[in-house]
Design a protein around this ligand. Structure first.
Ligand code: ADP
Length: 164
């Protein structure tokens, strides 16, 4: 069984991430979307919420699972018997960081393969940071994220405004 592991912060999941997940489902028997706790990034949504939003966005796929993880990626990948790590490459700007990570992970575990998938070009400008920023100013992000994420973002910033 070929298992693809797609790790990330997903704070929150966007249509760009979904595009990569869809492509990965064609290559792997099973795709695990692995959500890092990553406290150093001080995420807007806690891990439980991020996982919930991903689950609510991937219902049409029968071979995708979501899981949180809090350990070294290579160790987690070996434990899950992953065939490959999946990462998205949007533009040259992603390349340097992704290249460095892939090579470093390979140093940690010689057998671990990283594959890069390119999203539809309409998502090359899209990232979670921009989505969070636009939503925080009440901008309309409905075209860029799954419906559940749009709803959660509106709730989050409405609540933040009421509290301030
Ligand atoms: P990380 O914090 O690990 O970069 P992200 O959630 O930001 O986590 O991204 C996870 C992966 O998804 C990364 O490989 C990133 O390049 C990719 N990715 C993020 N946004 C997009 C997008 N719009 N199109 C394609 N890939 C994307």
């Amino acid at each position: 069984m070929r298992i693809g592991l797609y790790p990330g912060t997903f704070d929150p999941i966007t249509n760009g991430h979904l595009d990569i997940i869809e492509r990965a489902t064609l290559l792997f028997d099973k795709v695990i979307v692995a959500v890092t706790t990553n406290p150093s990034k001080a995420p807007l949504f806690d891990i439980r919420n991020r996982e919930e939003m991903i689950r609510g966005s991937i219902q049409k796929f029968t071979n995708v699972e979501v899981e949180g993880f809090d350990e070294l990626l290579v160790e987690y990948a070996i434990r899950k018997k992953a065939t490959a790590i999946i990462r998205g490459l949007r533009a040259i700007s992603d390349f340097e960081f992704e290249f460095q990570m892939a090579l470093f992970n390979r140093k940690l575990s010689e057998k671990l393969v990283t594959v890069f998938l390119m999203p539809n070009e309409k998502y090359t400008y899209l990232n979670s940071t921009i989505v969070r920023e636009v939503a925080s100013f009440k901008g309309d992000v409905s075209r860029f994220v799954p419906e559940i994420v749009n709803i959660r973002l509106m709730e989050k910033f409405k609540k933040a405004k009421e509290e301030s």
